[in-house]
Design a protein around this ligand. Structure first.
Ligand code: ADP
Ligand code: TYD
Length: 206
């Protein structure tokens, strides 16, 4: 049985998830807690290799179904090798994205593939976070932030503004479906202000 706290950050590209995940990790570590900072797609050696296949190259490289399989394969490796061992040790695991991203990006944007995403999740992953922060942002602002990074991993960001708007609604609808673990955070504020709100929620759970 797992005993550590499993926290995830979700939201559209450029909403400030990574910034907030990092700030939370630093703050909890400064308090002397044992924290593991990870991300998806990736987070384990095998999953990082799959990340490269998923995020670079032609936007039409993979069919939606193949993409679901690749994200799920990466997640399974990440779960087995990194997340489960850490939570079993009692660590706090903070992941930049997890299964909610697949539900929204693959499940709600290209036809209705959500039932397939849900079946695969149930069979191959079967784990939900204890706490999920959905960082909500106006897609126009988020997109200009995200593209400014120039990381080369912008296959999904290349799909454009309409796509990001669909994603935003997908995340907000997910927050309503999983109210026990999801907290919607207004991402259009100073980073320090957002971090303080997030920390208060985490302290409540701890
Ligand atoms: P995500 O992980 O959601 O894609 P990032 O944390 O990488 O987003 O942030 C995207 C960009 O926006 C980065 O350049 C980051 O420095 C900047 N940023 C993050 N949070 C804020 C904020 N609250 N206000 C203004 N800019 C921000
Ligand atoms: P990420 O590195 O978090 O990008 P960003 O910092 O721009 O938010 O994630 C890379 C991309 O992968 C992002 O566009 C979302 C997408 N993604 C999916 O489509 N499905 C998934 O299951 C995951 C985890 C990510």
């Amino acid at each position: 049985m797992s005993s550590g706290l499993f926290i995830t950050f979700e939201g559209i590209d450029g909403s400030g998830k990574s910034t907030q995940a990092k700030m939370l990790v630093e703050r909890l570590m400064a308090d002397g807690l044992s924290v593991l900072h990870t991300r998806e797609p990736g987070g384990s050696d095998g999953a990082e290799e799959i990340r490269q296949l998923l995020l670079t190259g032609d936007p039409d490289r993979w069919s939606a179904e193949t993409e679901i399989l690749l994200f799920t394969a990466a997640r399974r490796d990440h779960l087995e090798k990194v997340i489960e061992p850490a939570t079993e040790r009692g660590d706090i695991v903070i992941s930049d994205r997890f299964a909610d991203s697949t539900r929204v990006y693959q499940g709600a944007t290209r036809g209705d593939l959500r039932p397939m995403v849900d079946r695969l999740h149930e069979q191959m992953i079967g784990r939900e976070p204890d706490l999920t922060f959905i960082v909500d942002m106006d897609p126009q602002k988020a997109l200009s932030r995200g593209l400014a990074r120039g990381s080369g991993e912008d296959r999904f960001e290349d799909f454009g503004l309409g796509f990001q708007e669909t994603l935003r609604h997908g995340f907000l609808s997910l927050a309503r479906d999983f109210q026990d673990r999801c907290v919607v955070i207004d991402g259009d504020r100073a980073a320090e202000q957002i971090a303080a709100e997030i920390l208060a929620h985490v302290m409540d759970r701890l």
